[in-house]
Design a protein around this ligand. Structure first.
Ligand SMILES: [Fe+2]
Length: 97
């Protein structure tokens, strides 16, 4: 089976921008899931070499997530614009705390 072919079982097609944004959100969910899963693996062993290797993978998944986020921001301007509002709200809540 060819695991590198994303079109297995589906006709090869081009996606509209909003459809690609939806696909990227799913990719981001997969990265988040991988981060949580691999972190449990890090926590499950006392072997320092294995811990370090898996932690490296966790860190890479976090980079992938950030990269997908940048792609999503390019595809969805509203999603991008929400970042500033969320940062502002966090700063306001920090001041109030
Ligand atoms: Fe990844």
């Amino acid at each position: 089976m060819d695991f590198t072919n994303p079109y297995i079982g589906a006709k090869r097609m081009r996606l509209e921008q909003h459809q690609l944004a939806q696909a990227i959100r799913l990719d981001m969910a997969a990265e988040l899931d991988a981060i949580n899963l691999y972190t449990t693996h890090v926590d499950s062993t006392d072997d320092p070499l294995i811990k370090a290797m898996i932690q490296h993978i966790v860190d890479e998944e976090k980079e992938h997530l950030a990269e997908f986020e940048q792609i999503l921001f390019r595809l969805d301007q509203l999603q991008h614009d929400k970042v500033g509002g969320a940062q502002h709200e966090m700063e306001e809540r920090k001041k109030a705390a």
